[in-house]
Design a protein around this ligand. Structure first.
Ligand code: ADP
Ligand code: MG
Length: 298
């Protein structure tokens, strides 16, 4: 097991941040740790990376206990903290060299992580001169330096603009092909875009732990489609498995199907056969959205 957490609680003074939290993450999984601000995500991640100690319970990374084998845990885990503390006056390469020294990592690995995180064009600059997106890449490169099996990323995309967001998500997905990734976020779409599984935390307690495929199972499917012109709802009703058609605004329609089979290609073929042009076509995972709202709005 890459991560095994059993009955972890954490109290800060009188503030209970985690209450009897248990979950596991298997090798190779990309798991989203989703919850509103203050839910306890960063606290859990700091415990897993040995930055703070739990008040009670047991946590292991790659079968090493965070308390009794913290050095081993540190060897196996790469951590991108929430407020990634970078030295703005340092050059990218200098910073990575500095940390490589701390980790006792060979020089060739620095070139490797620079390449891996797409930092090559910026590697000669000062960290302070980089955009937020590139600073996050430096943070990721740093987390990857000692080639850990497990990556713990605390809100890796918060504060990025839409383009940077897409790039960093892609990068995390790529890195995730070879590693176990546990990443926190308060954004549902983030989980949708990157993760195999979601663990939802609210007020220090785990309220859901599900595979994304499981969330989609047995539920209706909604496809959002935008045409270049108005289409009669009755006309769209002719699609197979249609349950409802709603014209949400302008030429945008939400079509709900009573099937879990991906209906986007059917919508596409239907449009083509009827000489309609599609401007956008997306699947909406209502189950994750409604689950999140239901579980965290109390
Ligand atoms: P999240 O990362 O999900 O936003 P945190 O783990 O940062 O949540 O915080 C969980 C709770 O613990 C919050 O109520 C927060 O105010 C509190 N908390 C976090 N760190 C400290 C601290 N060092 N001292 C006191 N309370 C803290
Ligand atoms: Mg946090």
């Amino acid at each position: 097991m890459s991560i095994a957490v059993a009955h972890i609680s954490k109290v800060y003074g009188t503030q209970k941040a985690l209450n009897d939290v248990s979950f596991q993450v298997k090798k190779g999984e990309i798991v989203g740790f989703l919850g509103p601000n203050g839910a306890g995500k960063s606290t859990m991640m700091k415990i897993l990376t040995t930055y703070i100690e739990a008040s009670s319970g047991e946590a292991k990374v790659c079968d090493f206990d965070v308390n009794s084998a913290s050095k081993e845990v540190q060897k196996h885990v790469g951590y991108l903290p929430e407020h990634n503390p970078l030295y703005l006056e340092m050059y990218v390469k200098e910073y990575l060299h500095f940390n490589a020294g701390v980790y006792n990592v060979g020089k060739e690995r620095i070139a490797e992580v620079i390449e891996l995180t797409g930092l090559t064009p910026e590697a000669h600059k000062k960290i302070g001169q980089l955009s937020k997106g590139y600073r996050q890449r430096v943070g990721l490169a740093n987390a990857l330096l000692h080639n850990p099996d497990v990556l713990i990323l605390d809100e890796p995309t918060t504060g990025l603009d839409p383009n940077q967001l897409v790039d960093i998500r892609q990068l995390i997905k790529n890195v995730g092909k070879e590693k176990t990734v546990f990443l926190s976020t308060h954004i549902m779409q983030e989980v949708e875009a990157m993760c195999d599984r979601v663990i939802i935390i609210n007020k220090g307690e785990i309220v859901a732990d599900k595979r994304l495929s499981e969330l989609r199972e047995g539920k209706d499917q909604t496809v959002i489609v935008e045409f270049d012109y108005r289409v009669e709802e009755a006309f769209l009703q002719k699609l197979p498995h249609v349950k409802s058609v709603v014209n949400v605004h302008d030429f945008v329609y939400e079509i709900t199907f009573s099937t879990t089979k991906d209906m986007r290609s059917h919508v596409f073929d239907f449009a083509h056969d009827n000489e309609l042009k599609i401007l956008q076509l997306n699947q909406k995972n209502e189950s994750l959205e409604s689950l999140f709202r239901e579980l965290t709005n109390k």
